[in-house]
Design a protein around this ligand. Structure first.
Ligand code: ZN
Length: 200
């Protein structure tokens, strides 16, 4: 169950509808030209692909239902209903809200020519995805946000931690100058300068 939400009155962009639509033929044509061999040959990716359904069912449904039953005597009915189904519905809708709500409730400090907006409430709900105007203006920035890791973007804190121990590298961020130029030229005027941290 996913709540349908319209994006600019366009039925093709329903929060659920876009997932059910067949992609544009050009998407299929161009996706075939992308060299994915490094990812396809990565042993960790192969392991994940092979055991995807086992992990998905175990960690998404079996454990969340069994933990309350065996740890604090929750009833089966409540464990399945709340920890299993309700939790899954809430988190699925929070995740997909980025494709709908984050495109029409908020400011556009970086680029007014695109639909995505900045929305702190969504950033908190989705662990950092709500800074969407920035993310689409600078899609190659690993932080998906101008100011780096903070309580609204714990995903970046994890990535920075991985960078410190060598698991993540070549993390890209735009220079403070580039951000200033883009925001000044295309933003809605709500941008203000805060130093940009570089990924080490
Ligand atoms: Zn988007």
């Amino acid at each position: 169950m996913v709540i349908p939400i319209m994006l600019n009155g366009d039925c093709s962009s329903l929060i659920l509808g876009w997932l059910m639509q067949r992609g544009h033929p050009e998407v299929f044509r161009r996706s075939k030209t992308i060299d994915m061999s490094d990812i396809d040959n990565n042993p960790l990716v192969q392991f994940h692909t092979k055991y995807y359904w086992f992990f998905k069912i175990t960690f998404c449904f079996v454990l969340p239902v069994l933990v309350p039953i065996f740890c604090w005597n929750e009833s089966w009915m409540e464990a399945i209903g709340i920890s299993g189904v309700l939790r899954f519905v809430i988190f699925t809708n929070m995740t997909f809200s980025i494709n709908s709500l984050a495109h029409f409730w908020g400011t556009k400090p970086y680029d007014t020519r695109i639909k995505p907006v900045q929305n702190m409430a969504l950033a908190i709900l989705t662990t950092g995805e709500g800074w969407h105007n920035y993310h689409h203006a600078f899609p190659w920035d690993y932080r998906a946000e101008e100011y780096g890791g903070n309580f609204t973007n714990p995903t970046t804190i994890v990535l920075d931690l991985f960078a410190k121990i060598g698991w993540a590298y070549d993390c890209k961020t735009p220079s403070a100058d580039l951000v200033r130029q883009v925001a000044t030229k295309h933003g809605d005027g709500s941008w203000s300068e805060v130093p940009v941290e570089e990924c080490k």
